[in-house]
Ligand binder design. Structure first.
Ligand SMILES: [Zn+2]
Length: 160
């Protein structure tokens, strides 16, 4: 990278940012500003592109459905590499599965308890939340039970 001495303050409008090449963007790191919403998105995408690479940038653009005049081609299913579209869909499918079906969210975890330490419900009936305490992982039927446990973990552990 070219050493420019002290950082420069550069205001970028949309047109000037789109015309920058990667090295110019790197050289602007230090103080980089933009004016306008899309210019800010473009600037952020240019920085993501420089730091994480084009595939990561395309994934971010697809996530935003950002396709007005982006720094790299993408932003919609039809303009994005099929592999990136598949990765993003898989990521959301996996993430949403836990939201849509909380009963399976913790299915692959091993707990140090077999019953909810607050209400006594067996964990085989379903785990709604977890807590870490002194290096152990405890399952609870709900967020509310976990929160009650966390008020005084030692007392609830002594009762079991
Ligand atoms: Zn409970």
């Amino acid at each position: 990278m070219v050493n420019l001495g002290r950082p420069r303050v550069v205001n970028l409008d949309r047109r000037s940012l789109v015309s920058l090449n990667r090295r110019e963007v790197v050289n602007f790191i230090g103080v980089c500003t933009s004016a306008g919403i899309t210019a800010g998105i473009d600037m952020s995408l240019a920085l993501i592109d420089e730091i994480r690479g084009e595939k990561y940038t395309k994934a971010a653009m697809l996530d935003l459905e950002y396709d007005p005049q982006p720094p790299v081609k993408g932003g919609s299913d039809k303009n994005t590499d099929a592999a990136i579209v598949d990765v993003m869909r898989s990521m959301y499918d996996e993430g949403m599965e836990k939201v849509l079906h909380p009963e399976i969210a913790f299915r692959n975890l091993k707990f140090d308890n077999t019953k909810d330490l607050y209400c006594g419900m067996p964990l085989t009936a379903g785990v709604g939340d977890t807590a870490n305490y002194k290096g152990k992982l405890y399952g609870f039927c709900s967020k509310e039970c976990k929160e009650e446990f966390e008020k005084n973990p030692a007392a609830y552990l002594a009762k079991q």
